[in-house]
Design a protein around this ligand. Structure first.
Ligand SMILES: Cc1cc2nc3c(=O)[nH]c(=O)nc-3n(C[C@H](O)[C@H](O)[C@H](O)COP(=O)(O)OP(=O)(O)OC[C@H]3O[C@@H](n4cnc5c(N)ncnc54)[C@H](O)[C@@H]3O)c2cc1C
Length: 327
């Protein structure tokens, strides 16, 4: 690892000012970041630890208007164990946290760090390879190499996938995120955090240098809201998803009044599938309907040489998530 200066700020203002310095990177628990630094993929001059700001930036609360606020430094364990998330509306969020990694990782990993983690593509994460996304080579090596875990849709010049478990359910619940940058607080839709054109030269997110995510917000859900998160993976434990799906439905009696479907682990960004969700609206849950929704969710997908299985498995995961949300 290249030597660097470790900055331990005593306030959010101090962290924000330090984060604006050239070649500086922010650190949550460091689970993803330190791994990248050890591989010399990231060689910052300064690393600003956000963990001293836990009093301000960690924890969950429900506001008087029913809005859920999740501090950026909240751990996945805190998220998973927060009692109000026992509601069916939040099942996708709770379960996606519970399915992530191992108990040890979940006790340390922060919500913001999970959403902002770098892709797991084995070409870009290894010092041995010169790949386009890392800015070290002319082409996406996964496109012609071993691409069993890579994208089946939504890619342009790089077939990495977005690895976050938490991003699909938060998008399905139409979450927003707050940041601070140069003393300004901004609040935007979570969808804006991911690049609209996920090209190789774009990072996984749209944050500016030194912009600190302070919290995630989920508005009070209408009565009858239920959500579910399902994923496939190779190993039963501590493995990233090979396909994932978060769904949110609002039930009115036996009919689906509103719906959202978001895919994970199949594209360079977490992918809302509005055309698939629209098929659900005004319908009663059923096997034939769910099969049609799953087909539509993967419409336009074109697998690479080694990841055709993602279409079959991914559609089954969509159907499973819909069955869970509506049972
Ligand atoms: C064995 C193992 C299995 C795993 N399995 C899964 C899995 O199944 N699903 C899954 O989703 N993840 C999985 N992970 C990944 C893990 O969840 C993430 O590495 C972790 O959540 C990152 O959080 P962190 O706080 O350590 O982030 P860090 O490593 O500290 O940061 C990650 C990135 O986010 C940026 N960042 C962090 N906080 C902020 C902030 N507040 N504002 C702005 N930028 C910020 C950093 O600059 C960095 O670029 C696994 C990890 C391991 C080790």
């Amino acid at each position: 690892m290249k030597p660097f200066t470790y900055v331990v700020p005593s306030s959010l203002d101090e962290a924000a000012a330090a984060g604006r310095q050239a070649n500086t990177i922010l650190k949550g628990a460091g689970i993803d970041l330190v791994d990248r630094m050890k591989e010399r993929l990231q060689t910052p001059t300064n690393v600003v630890s956000l963990l001293p700001l836990k009093n301000e930036l960690a924890g969950l609360s429900i506001g008087t208007d029913g809005e859920l606020k999740i501090g950026a430094l909240t751990t996945l364990t805190q998220l998973e164990q927060y009692a109000p998330l026992a509601e069916r509306a939040f099942a996708a969020l709770r379960d996606s946290a519970a399915m992530t990694a191992t108990p040890q990782v979940r006790h340390r990993a922060t919500v913001a760090g999970n959403i902002l983690q770098f892709t797991r593509c084995w070409y870009v994460r290894s010092e041995a390879f010169r790949c386009l996304h890392g800015g070290r080579g002319p082409t996406c090596l996964a496109m012609t190499g071993d691409n069993r875990y890579h994208s089946v849709m939504g890619w342009l010049d790089c077939v990495r996938v977005h690895p976050s478990n938490l991003a699909p359910p938060l998008l399905a619940l139409d979450a927003e995120y707050s940041t601070v940058l140069d003393g300004k607080v901004r609040r935007r839709r979570l969808a804006d955090l991911f690049p609209a054109e996920p090209r190789a030269q774009n990072p996984e997110h749209t944050l500016e240098q030194g912009e600190i995510v302070t919290a995630l917000h989920v508005k009070k859900q209408p009565d009858g809201t239920r959500s579910a998160y399902c994923e496939s993976r190779e190993k039963a434990s501590f493995d990233w998803a090979t396909t994932a799906c978060a769904v949110r439905v609002v039930m009115d009696g036996g009919t689906i009044a509103d719906a959202t479907v978001v895919l994970g682990a199949v594209a360079p960004v977490p992918l809302p599938r509005p055309a698939a969700a629209k098929l659900l609206v005004g319908q009663k849950p059923g096997t034939a309907l769910f099969a049609k929704v799953a087909e539509t969710a993967f419409a336009g997908a074109s697998p690479l040489v080694h990841n055709g299985y993602k279409l079959t498995v991914g559609k089954a995961i969509v159907r499973q998530a819909l069955e869970e949300a509506t049972k």
